[in-house]
Design a protein around this ligand. Structure first.
Ligand SMILES: [Zn+2]
Length: 91
């Protein structure tokens, strides 16, 4: 699916329709020093490995993709509901 680079929609901060620049959400880089990473490392330490089952055979073929919107007037950020698509591009 192709999505336009600029989208006109409602901005809760401006309280009117404004132009938003569109991007695709990408998860951040995992940092080893974060709480969850430290906890997981502690869980996996010693005898016995994984503490919760790893999912092997996925039913879904696609991942949910989220659009991030940013107001061009007040730079308020929005996210659109995730949609399942094979390919998503901003044109
Ligand atoms: Zn705004």
């Amino acid at each position: 699916m192709k999505v336009p680079k600029i989208m006109r929609t409602y901005c809760p901060r401006c309280k009117t329709h404004t132009e938003f620049s569109v991007g695709i959400y990408k998860p951040g880089k995992r940092k080893g020093a974060k709480k969850g990473e430290r906890r997981q490392a502690r869980r996996k330490k010693g005898y016995g490995g994984q503490k919760f089952p790893e999912q092997h055979n996925q039913a879904k073929v696609t991942k949910k993709q989220v659009l991030t919107l940013k107001c061009n007037e007040c730079s308020y950020g929005l996210m659109r509901k995730g949609m399942r698509l094979k390919k998503l591009e901003v044109v």
